[in-house]
Ligand binder design. Structure first.
Ligand SMILES: *Cc1c(COP(=O)(O)O)cnc(C)c1O
Length: 398
């Protein structure tokens, strides 16, 4: 046995900084109410925005797929795991997004890592919003491309970088390819990237654009297609990635784009090639989720009504919800241990909200990350606001 002292030391170091993470035990389905340690509490921390994770129709789709195709897929897509549920899901998604083609990955994490590391490499330049998701950053690091971060949502900073590059390299030969990559909705801040401006800059400086729609699919846009639809930019984004694990209620991720892009990824993206394809039931349920996003706009309308109501309630109480524009509503606390204490007291009063601390967010910006769902009732939201007021006053925050 090896000496594990280094592990104990790391853990006590994390603990001393007040940053130790631990798992909460949930049982039963993911609903507006959830069982934490066998006690029912209101769930205000899930990305299951439309309440589809335990929808009867999705469950039935999964069961039917099990009956038809079994539970395992046996191999990777390129070996013998390219089953009819995988193909049907990709066709449905491509059509829904109005894209030429679509490829399904096992997770959003794997999609970002595989897409970025296969498309970009030495000699390329990646410009990335400072708050982009960890999976984008890991994809960039794996790619060996040059990497520059720009300040969060700061279009002047981005243009400044692009301008400097074109000044230093008037012939445009320094980099083989340039790409701007961004989350469309930022997962810990709930704000939206100015995609219209990003596309404008990309066109001006001949860069590609890659967008991660993980929190936007099913939430933004008239048809629920995401921020690309919200900004009316269909056909202008080179690489559209998104996940089916959030609003779509299930699991997995996709990339939509030109047919040749998809062919390239099938041949080069290692996180697609070297992994067993997902169980067909996952794809069948996710496809049903996409159909419901497409066919039931009333769910999205209810979600936005709840978002407006709840965010306004927090603001009236005097909480700082930062620049939130979506169902992700951060409540800025700043101090990590205070944020932890707030979350602990909320749970004790029957409300499940997680505190988010560094290194997930910047120093001194610890926050409670509240997420609103379409299936929250007004009485649920009023109950939670009441607890926020009570605990906020106890902790001298409002
Ligand atoms: C959740 C998330 C991912 C990862 O998706 P998974 O399917 O959970 O692996 C990628 N990007 C963003 C912006 C996310 O919020």
């Amino acid at each position: 046995m090896i000496n594990t002292n280094f592990l104990n030391e790391s853990i006590s170091d994390i603990e001393q900084k007040g940053l130790k993470r631990s798992l909460k035990n949930v049982s039963g389905p993911q609903g507006a109410r959830i069982l934490v340690d066998d006690r029912e509490v209101l769930n205000f921390c899930s990305n299951n925005y439309l309440g589809l994770a335990d929808d009867e129709r999705l469950k039935r789709a999964a069961v039917e797929a099990i009956e038809k195709e079994g539970v395992g897929s046996g191999a990777s897509r390129l070996v013998c795991g390219n089953m009819s549920s995988h193909r049907k899901l990709e066709e449905t998604l491509a059509e829904f997004k109005g894209a030429e083609a679509c490829l399904f990955f096992s997770t959003g994490y794997m999609a970002n890592v595989g897409i970025i590391s296969s498309l970009f490499g030495a000699g390329d330049l990646i410009l990335s919003d400072k708050f982009n998701h960890a999976s984008i950053i890991d994809g960039i690091l794996l790619s060996k491309a040059q990497y520059r971060r720009y300040s969060h949502l700061d279009m002047e900073a981005l243009e400044g970088q692009l301008e400097k590059i074109s000044r230093d390299d008037p012939s445009g030969c320094l980099y083989k390819k340039k790409v701007i990559v961004t989350d469309s909705v930022f997962s810990m801040d709930g704000d939206i990237a100015p995609l219209d401006k990003i596309v404008e800059l990309a066109q001006k400086y001949q860069a590609m654009v890659m967008v991660d729609e993980a929190h936007a699919l099913g939430v933004l846009g008239q048809g629920g297609k995401g921020a690309v639809e919200h900004f009316g930019l269909e056909g202008k984004i080179d690489i559209q990635m998104g996940t089916l694990s959030k609003a779509a209620g299930v699991f997995g991720a996709y990339v939509c784009g030109a047919k040749v892009l998809i062919e390239f990824l099938i041949n080069r993206a290692r996180s697609f090639i070297y992994t067993t394809s997902l169980p067909p039931m996952v794809c069948a349920a996710a496809m049903r989720g996409i159909e419901i996003i497409r066919d039931e706009p009333e769910r999205r309308e209810q979600l936005w009504e709840n978002v407006r109501y709840f965010k306004n309630g927090l603001n009236v109480l005097g909480f700082n919800t930062m620049n939130s524009q979506t169902p992700i509503i951060p409540v800025l606390i700043k101090d990590s241990s205070l944020a932890m204490e707030f979350s602990k007291r909320l749970l004790a009063s029957g409300v499940f909200v997680q505190a988010i601390r560094p290194p997930t967010v910047a120093q001194n910006t610890a926050r409670l990350r509240v997420t609103v769902m379409a299936t929250h009732q007004k009485t649920d939201m009023d109950f939670v606001l009441e607890k926020f007021e009570l605990i906020g006053k106890e902790l001298c925050l409002i």
